[in-house]
Design a protein around this ligand. Structure first.
Ligand code: ADP
Ligand code: MG
Length: 326
């Protein structure tokens, strides 16, 4: 849109900052055309996901631009992982306040460069606009699965085991620490800023996981999503929730509690269900992806609720099931 151009020359930006990120991929047409063109691969489904991050809501304005860029890719990659998809490409929408300069954008592009190489995706296009308000960044990622191979939230059945990858609660503690001024070298802060999308594990769970979601809203909330979509209930045992040493230390010091851990968001681990018959193959998938998984509960019939049982077998009522940012 012609009237939409701010101080930065958009064509210069596209040529110097964004075009190198296509890696010469023919589908991007050099970012010189009106759109990208993707040939359809036979026997494959395309999986599409998009996530937006707004300054002051999903990131702090003091966070480094490369970290913001990498988190943007990673939260989207996590959505692909939770569908069992292999990442392929992405498009990028930027809405920039006047103060955003080329230095900021170059650092942002450096972050994109690092993680697009790490995860095997290329930039195929996007849009750049300007705003008098908050900096807003959106990425739309494309992934692939074999036809009908995507893992949805709707396939959990009574009797299925519930598993979660990695450890839970680190990112929400890290965010709390970041807000109270912690160093961004802190391990928990890093877990918030640069989550590890479980792309390899997700793909290996195709044909095994009956339902899957990534832990973005909080373990309890994301399990509720699976329960609603599958029309089942979940029983989760708090003493089986995998906790990092840092979170265990915080727990012992009274700086957090199980309710906060189960409802904290942003871990980007995978929570999934599977028939007990496939337990051996699930363990093998975890081993070959080199991502630990933990059995945390069981699916039962009933009214789409998540029941959390404490070490004494008594139910723990959570105040909220999901965490909502700043
Ligand atoms: P239009 O006039 O249709 O809005 P643009 O001038 O915005 O087209 O875009 C020109 C080309 O630059 C397109 O190929 C588009 O995909 C690409 N592009 C624009 N902004 C970005 C961005 N932020 N990231 C990647 N590609 C971009
Ligand atoms: Mg445009």
């Amino acid at each position: 849109m012609a009237g939409d151009r701010g101080k930065l020359d958009e064509f210069d930006l596209i040529a110097s900052v964004f075009a190198p990120l296509t890696d010469g991929d023919e589908r991007a047409l050099g970012l010189l055309d009106d759109a990208a063109v993707l040939p359809q691969a036979a026997g494959r489904d395309t999986v599409i996901t998009t996530d937006t991050m707004v300054e002051g809501i999903h990131f702090l304005d003091a966070e480094p631009p490369d970290v913001i860029a990498r988190r943007l890719l990673r939260v989207n990659l996590s959505d692909l992982a939770s569908m069992g998809a292999e990442p392929a490409a992405y498009v990028l929408n930027l809405t920039l306040p006047a103060r955003t300069n080329k230095e900021w954008l170059s650092l942002f592009a450096e972050g994109l460069r690092v993680d697009q190489s790490a995860f095997g995706v290329r930039l195929l296009g996007g849009d750049t606009t300007h705003t008098k308000r908050s900096l807003t960044v959106t990425a739309t990622l494309l992934g692939e699965v074999p036809t009908h191979g995507a893992i949805t939230r709707g396939g959990a059945r009574a009797g299925d085991d519930i598993y979660v990858s990695g450890t839970i609660g680190d990112a929400s503690l890290g965010l709390k620490m970041l807000i109270s001024g912690a160093d961004n070298q802190d391990a928990l802060v890093k877990r918030f800023q640069l989550p590890e999308p479980r792309v390899s594990l997700g793909a290996k769970l195709r044909g095994l996981a009956t339902a899957m979601a990534d832990v973005s809203d909080g373990l309890a909330a994301d399990l509720v999503h699976i329960c609603r979509a599958s029309k089942v209930s979940a029983i989760v045992y708090t003493d089986s929730i995998p906790l990092s040493v840092d979170v265990q230390t915080s727990l012992a010091a009274g700086n957090t509690d199980m309710g906060e851990i189960l409802s904290g968001g942003d871990d980007y681990e995978l929570v999934f269900t599977a028939s007990p018959d496939t337990a051996g193959r699930i363990a093998a998938a975890s081993q070959s992806a080199e991502v630990p998984i933990t059995h945390i509960g069981r699916i039962s019939g009933g009214a789409s609720e998540v029941i959390v049982l404490g070490p004494d077998g008594r139910e723990i009522k959570l105040e909220t099931t999901g965490y909502r940012h700043f």
